[in-house]
Design a protein around this ligand. Structure first.
Ligand SMILES: [Zn+2]
Ligand SMILES: [Zn+2]
Length: 460
C-alpha cells in the first residue's frame, strides 16, 4: 500500500451531454449577416441547392413545397415561382411565404434566416409593394465577385422595388438578360435559377464596368440624384435594422413623426409640405405603418437622412432650404429626354429576333416614357412594335391551343385504355381545365377524338 499523500482527482461529469438535432441540409451560413449587403432568402435557396448539387427547382419542389400542404399542387407551385419576390418580403407570416423561412430554418437547423427577408421592418414599414416583381442585379458586382473568387449571391437590397442603382458602383441595376437573343426578365426563383446567371439562357450576367454596359443614354442627371439618395438611405435602413430592435426603431420613428408634424402644423406652405402633412396626419390617425416611398419623401423634403429619421432624435428640421431634394415625380417631370436614344432603342427592339416580343406598353414602362408620347413622336415605329406584338400574341395563342389539344388527346387515350369512358367533364378535370369544353373548338376536338376512339359515329 502506498503511504504518504493521497491525491484528490477531479470528479467526472457523467451526465449525458445534450446533442443538438442533426440538420437535414447543410447549415449553410448566409452571406453578409449583420451588414447592409445581407443575402436574400431566394439567393440563399439557390446556394443551398448548389451546395447539395441539385437544381434549385428540385430543392424547392421536392423538399420545400411538400412541407407546405396547402400549396402542394401544380398550380400553386407555379404561383410560388410567379410571386417569388414575395418570398424575400415575407409580409404575411401565416402564408406559405412566411412558412418557407420556418421550413428552411428547421431543415438547416438555423435561427437566423428571417434576417434574409424584409420582415425585419415589419413593425415600422408597410411591407406591401416593397419587393420587386423581377430579379434585378448589378453586373459589375457580379463580375467583381467572380474575379475575387467570392461566392456569387444576390443581396436583399437588390430585391427592394425602389432601388434602381447599385449603391457601390452607381450603375443602373439591370432587369433583362444581356444576351441580345434572350433579353428576358427573370423571376427571383425558378427551376434552373443560379445566382449570377440568366435562368432562361444560362448566360453569365456579370459585365466589366467599362464594357458595353447597357446604360440607358437618357439624361438621367436629376433622376439619378434621387436614385442615389434612395440607394444611400436604403443602406442606412439595412444597417440600422440589423443593429437595432424593431421596437426601438418604431419608437424613435414615432417620436420624430410627431415632432415633424408639430413643426409644420399651421404653416401655409407649398405642395410638398402639404403632401408631407397628409402623410404624417394619416400615420397619426390610422397608426398604420408608412410605406417606404413615404419615408423617403418625408426625408427628402426635410433634408434628413434615413439614419436621422429612424435612429436619432430630430431636434431641428428646416424644410425651407430642402427643395434641392424633391420627390421623384418632380424629377421625372423635369427630365430632359434624349429622343435620339429612344429612337435607337425602339429600332433596336424591332431589329432583334427574340423568343419574347415586348408590347409597346412594356417598352414604355421599361424606358420610363409615357406610351402616348411614344405613339405621338414615333407613330411608324410604335405601330410596327404593336403589330409585331399582336402577331406574337396570336402565335402564342395557337401554340397554347395546340398544347391543350395534345393534353386532351393524351388524357382521353389514358382513360380509354383503362376502360373509363372519356366524358367531356372527366377529360376536362383530368387536364385541370374544368371549363375548357365551353370553348367550341375544344368541344368539337373532343367529339372528333371520341369518334376516332369508336364511341360514336362521325355523323352524330
Ligand atoms: Zn455594383
Ligand atoms: Zn438570358
Amino acid at each position: 500500500m502506498l503511504s504518504g499523500t493521497s491525491s484528490i482527482y477531479e470528479s467526472w461529469d457523467i451526465s449525458i451531454p445534450q446533442i443538438t438535432k442533426p440538420s437535414m441540409f447543410y447549415s449553410l451560413e448566409p452571406i453578409g449577416l449583420g451588414t447592409p449587403y445581407v443575402e436574400s432568402l431566394t439567393s440563399y435557396i439557390c446556394r443551398l441547392a448548389e451546395a447539395h448539387s441539385v437544381r434549385t427547382g428540385t430543392l424547392v419542389l421536392e423538399e420545400i413545397i411538400p412541407r407546405i400542404q396547402k400549396y402542394n399542387s401544380v398550380r400553386n407551385r407555379k404561383a410560388l415561382y410567379r410571386n417569388s419576390g414575395a418570398i424575400n418580403n415575407c409580409g404575411d407570416e401565416e402564408s406559405y411565404k412566411g412558412s418557407i423561412v420556418m421550413i428552411l430554418e428547421d431543415l438547416c437547423q438555423r435561427k437566423d434566416l428571417s434576417l434574409l427577408t424584409m420582415s425585419i421592418w415589419r413593425s415600422y414599414i408597410s411591407l406591401s409593394w416593397l419587393h420587386s416583381t423581377n430579379r434585378k442585379w448589378c453586373p459589375v458586382c457580379f463580375e467583381e465577385w467572380r474575379k475575387m473568387r467570392a461566392p456569387i449571391y444576390e443581396p436583399l437590397i437588390w430585391k427592394i422595388k425602389c432601388l434602381k442603382i447599385c449603391p457601390i458602383h452607381n450603375t443602373l441595376l439591370v432587369e433583362r438578360c444581356t444576351n441580345k437573343k434572350c433579353n428576358k426578365t427573370n423571376k427571383h426563383l425558378g427551376g434552373n435559377l443560379n445566382n449570377g446567371f440568366c435562368e432562361h439562357c444560362n448566360k453569365w450576367l456579370g459585365i466589366e464596368p467599362d464594357d458595353d454596359l447597357e446604360r440607358r443614354n437618357l439624361n438621367l442627371d436629376d433622376e439619378f440624384k434621387y436614385y442615389e439618395f434612395i440607394s444611400l438611405n436604403l443602406i442606412d435602413l439595412l444597417t440600422i435594422s440589423q443593429m437595432q430592435s424593431g421596437e426601438q426603431i418604431k419608437k424613435t420613428l414615432h417620436r420624430n413623426i410627431i415632432y415633424l408634424k408639430e413643426k409644420i402644423k399651421n404653416k401655409n406652405l407649398g405642395q410638398e409640405i402639404r403632401k408631407v402633412r397628409a402623410i404624417l396626419n394619416n400615420y397619426v390617425s390610422s397608426r398604420s405603418t408608412l410605406s417606404i416611398e413615404s419615408l423617403f419623401f418625408v426625408c427628402s423634403v426635410f433634408g434628413i437622412t434615413m439614419n436621422e429619421f429612424i435612429n436619432q432624435k430630430i431636434e431641428k428640421a428646416n424644410f425651407s432650404k430642402k427643395y434641392e431634394a424633391k420627390g421623384q415625380k418632380e424629377f421625372i417631370k423635369k427630365r430632359k429626354i434624349d429622343w435620339k436614344s429612344v429612337e435607337n432603342t425602339l429600332e433596336h427592339i424591332l431589329s432583334v429576333k427574340s423568343d419574347h416580343v415586348p408590347s409597346l406598353k412594356q417598352i414604355s414602362k421599361d424606358i420610363g416614357i409615357d406610351i402616348a408620347m411614344l405613339r405621338d413622336k414615333y407613330p411608324g415605329l410604335s405601330r410596327e412594335i404593336s403589330k409585331n406584338y399582336l402577331r406574337y400574341k396570336k402565335s402564342m395563342n395557337i401554340e397554347n391551343k395546340n398544347n391543350t389539344k395534345n393534353k386532351l388527346q393524351e388524357a382521353m387515350i389514358i382513360l380509354h385504355q383503362s376502360g373509363v369512358y372519356p366524358s367531356a367533364n372527366r377529360v376536362a378535370n383530368e387536364i385541370g381545365r374544368p371549363a375548357i369544353m365551353l370553348q367550341k373548338e375544344m368541344y368539337n376536338y373532343w367529339k372528333s377524338l371520341l369518334c376516332n376512339l369508336g364511341y360514336m359515329s362521325e355523323d352524330r
